[in-house]
Design a protein around this ligand. Structure first.
Ligand SMILES: [Zn+2]
Ligand SMILES: [Zn+2]
Ligand SMILES: [Zn+2]
Length: 346
């Protein structure tokens, strides 16, 4: 993630909605990928950067009404929501205590995901504009049975985080740190984050959009395996038997062994995470160069991730990146890198 500058010159960050130096309100302009200082009484604001006026914008409705977004909408747009909030199909029931806080966390991580897509130039449209190839989000919670009508074989209204045909569902319990950590331990995962879920699930979306009907499908099968094996049977087997003993040789995570689609989504998520972290390090003047090519990217990331882990140990925390990039995993990441380089238009 890049860092930004307020019109007053102060460094500001992606999540900020106010400049602590000049006290002006801030709004993120997704069409310029930058923060801007807002001037005027609104609802249409002048958006200023360090070099002057950028344009006229309104606050996203989730910004002005709910304070769960800090993105802006061009003043001449017909939309009341920003390009990230337009993708929402279902949001949590805000009458229920605690849900607003969970939604706030979910929206923050979702915007980081959308920033990933914008910085890489990955194509996406809203499902409301294109039901066939569009993208949408449903942020849902498990349903309690209605006691009056509960019947013996009620299997529970459980919400599963996942992707189906462009719709990404997130169980908002994942926004509760304690619940998510308990789940991580139960699933024996090295890491489990809300942002990681978003980055994994969007991988499934891009498999559908960029791989399945393209000339990339065969080369993809060469590297990730044959995706025509039965998906639900493969997942059942994974949950029953666990990963093969030597999984670390060829996979980024135990879950990636379940099916080639999961391997793909896991690697896709790592690619977004790695490139985002490298951008952050570059933006923060850590002496990290802009990667010149893929090999350089991996080399730089290896150094940076070890540094991050050692820093975390200095702080008494768990490793930030508890993963090993073996050669087969690097080849998978290389494939994703090439695909994005050749199909995206930043
Ligand atoms: Zn300022
Ligand atoms: Zn918004
Ligand atoms: Zn998946």
């Amino acid at each position: 993630m890049n860092t930004f500058h307020c019109a007053c010159g102060n460094r500001v960050y992606f999540e900020n909605d106010r400049c602590l130096a000049c006290k002006r309100g801030l709004g993120f302009l997704p069409d310029h990928l930058c923060q801007a200082a807002l001037e005027g009484p609104g609802p249409v604001f002048e958006a200023h950067g360090p070099d002057g006026l950028i344009g006229h914008y309104r606050k996203c409705r989730n910004y002005s009404q709910h304070q769960v977004c800090n993105w802006m909408v061009p003043a001449d747009s017909d939309d009341s929501f920003c390009m990230a909030c337009r993708l929402n199909r279902i949001i949590p029931n805000l009458d229920k205590p605690g849900n607003r806080e969970k939604w706030l966390n979910v929206e923050r991580e979702k915007r980081r995901l959308i920033y990933d897509l914008l910085r890489l130039g990955l194509p996406f449209t809203a499902k409301r504009d294109d039901p066939r190839t569009g993208l949408a989000f449903a942020f849902m919670e498990d349903q309690e049975p209605n006691q009056e009508f509960v019947d013996a074989d009620w299997s529970g209204g459980k919400v599963f985080t996942g992707h189906a045909n462009g719709l990404i569902t997130i169980n908002i319990l994942e926004a509760d740190d304690a619940a998510r950590e308990a789940m991580r331990q139960r699933m024996n995962e090295a890491s489990r984050t809300l942002l990681g879920h978003f980055r994994h699930e969007i991988g499934h979306y891009y498999w559908d959009r960029l791989i399945q009907d393209s000339e990339w499908l065969e080369p993809c099968r060469q590297i990730f395996g044959d995706d025509r094996q039965n998906y639900s049977a493969a997942l059942k087997r994974h949950y029953r038997e666990g990963p093969p003993a030597d999984w670390q040789q060829g996979f980024i995570s135990a879950y990636a062994t379940a099916h080639p689609w999961e391997d793909w989504a896991e690697c896709w998520g790592h690619y977004l995470q790695i490139t985002d972290a490298l951008e952050t390090a570059h933006a923060m003047d850590m002496g990290i160069p802009q990667p010149q090519d893929f090999d350089h990217l991996i080399e730089t990331w290896t150094h940076l991730s070890i540094t991050l882990n050692l820093m975390n140990r200095s702080m008494g925390l768990r490793d930030a990146y508890p993963f090993v990039l073996t050669n087969p995993v690097i080849d998978k990441l290389r494939f994703i890198h090439r695909l994005i380089q050749e199909t995206a238009s930043p």
